[in-house]
Write a protein of this length. Structure first.
Length: 474
């Protein structure tokens, strides 16, 4: 036999007319699912009430502490009597019995659970003790209690099933302004909802419930939106259960606020609406201080990836040579350039101009040298072409490739005579093509390859000419 609970004097099983019973006014269950009640009615109509109701005598009559749904079903089925475990329970204990029994049953809405937890915590219970008494974790109790922070519109939507418990827990952690921004209005839903693609024959909502054509985003998507668009405040202590690292960072051991804490983000540009009067350091202005320096501070990520993380950082970009050595050297270099009257951009422009001038000078020298050496190169090629005993494939290819090109270089046309034989004519036509190619603007780079096919090394020819140039010797 188990020990009797404190506040409960005695228990007795009796059968009572349903009409003589009424539900305790503080019963945590406020809503009843119609389908569940229908199933319950069908069950007790067939098998009867297997589990007795729990009630207590009261000046207003018999108060039902546990079994409000079974009482409704019995009244609907017109039962003449129902089994009741009658207990003499004190007022303080009655609330505990009623709430805990309801919490251990299915069908109770999370908001009703939250209200019940709040009632229990008004007594001597704390979160840890309440969690132990109902067989749940403290985090479970905390999340339920936090649902009471939902705005009225958010709570109404939650009760109506417009979003689930996972989304409700995240929304309840936001302040009133952010909840409104997230939910929006009935006719202009916020980021919490995404539009459903409707088929042409689907009926549009009649105006009473515009959210019919919307569905909530997933819990993961909602968390990502909160991390990106909702700023975590470090002016007030962050919730220790949600953000333990941040809470520890902004609170000294004695409970006072820590002054050396700065707001940081891993986003290069925080979204609009996530800035406040204080500064938020972006990745370009803070470094993680894995090696401490004299200016090491505690940085709390207030928005973006890792929201709520706390780490040691350095923001002394101008003086700390431990974490900002490269940036300090670059700044000193810019200062020196400015002192000499030239900025880094101006120096870069001057260097580009010098490089261009060098390239142009090299091209001009190559052009002048090629102009002088062209007659020697052509003479060598003409000699080799005249020595050919038969028309080769090379000659034929050169002639064919010239069909769509005009021939220039009048001064060198006669080096290979036209002749009358077919072989002489082909050689002459090939020569005209070579003369034309030697006179083109890109001949210094393109013609050597063609000359090599005729066994003429342009480098050697030009080298011999370069040695005989008086200017070069001087």
């Amino acid at each position: 036999m188990t020990e009797r609970e404190p506040g409960i004097k005695k228990s007795q099983l009796v059968y009572v007319k349903p009409g003589d019973l009424h539900v305790h006014p503080q019963n945590p269950r406020k809503t009843y699912d119609a389908d569940e009640l229908k199933d319950l009615r069908a069950s007790i109509a067939k098998k009867g009430i297997q589990t007795p109701l729990i009630a207590r005598p009261h000046k207003d009559g018999l108060q039902v502490l546990c079994g409000s749904r079974r009482l409704k079903a019995a009244l609907a089925e017109k039962f003449t009597e129902v089994p009741v475990l009658m207990r003499e329970v004190e007022d303080a204990q009655a609330l505990d019995v009623m709430i805990i029994d309801n919490l251990q049953r299915e069908g109770i809405h999370p908001l009703e659970e939250a209200a019940a937890f709040r009632q229990l915590l008004k007594g001597s219970s704390d979160v840890a003790g309440l969690a132990a008494s109902i067989g749940r974790s403290p985090r479970f109790v905390y999340d339920r209690l936090n649902l009471l922070q939902l705005t009225k519109s958010a709570a109404d939507l939650f009760r109506c099933g417009k979003f689930e418990l996972g989304q409700a827990i995240l929304i309840a952690r936001l302040n009133e302004e952010d909840q409104k921004r997230l939910i929006g209005t009935q006719y202009d839903p916020g980021p919490l909802f995404q539009h459903l693609s409707m088929l042409p024959w689907d009926q549009e909502p009649d105006g009473k419930d515009a959210l019919v054509k919307y569905k909530p985003i997933s819990v993961r998507e909602l968390q990502a939106w909160i991390d990106k668009y909702v700023r975590l405040s470090i002016k007030e202590a962050p919730d220790a259960m949600l953000f333990p690292a941040a809470a520890q960072a902004v609170q000294a051991p004695d409970g006072d606020a820590v002054e050396q804490v700065v707001a940081i983000t891993r986003l290069h540009q925080p979204p609009q609406g996530t800035k406040d009067d204080g500064r938020t350091y972006t990745p370009a202005t803070w470094r993680e201080a894995k090696k401490p320096c004299e200016k090491t501070l505690t940085g709390v990520v207030v928005v973006g990836p890792g929201r709520g993380d706390a780490l040691q950082v350095c923001v002394d970009k101008k003086r700390c040579k431990v974490h900002w050595a490269a940036e300090i050297r670059e700044a000193q270099k810019r200062t020196k350039d400015v002192a000499t009257g030239k900025t880094t951009r101006e120096k870069a422009a001057e260097e580009r101009q010098r490089r261009y001038d060098r390239e142009q000078e090299a091209r001009e020298q190559a052009r002048v040298l090629w102009s002088k050496g062209t007659p020697l190169v052509l003479q060598a090629m003409a000699t080799n072409l005249m020595r050919m005993r038969s028309v080769t494939g090379l000659v034929t290819d050169v002639v064919v490739s010239s069909l769509n090109h005009g021939v220039t270089g009048q001064a060198h046309r006669g080096m290979v005579p036209r002749g009358k034989a077919l072989e002489q004519i082909l050689k002459h036509l090939c020569w005209l093509v070579l003369v034309n190619e030697a006179g083109k603007w890109d001949a210094p780079t393109s013609f050597p390859k063609l000359a090599k096919a005729f066994q003429v090394d342009t480098k050697k020819v030009l080298a011999s000419l370069d040695k005989e140039t008086p200017a070069k010797k001087a």
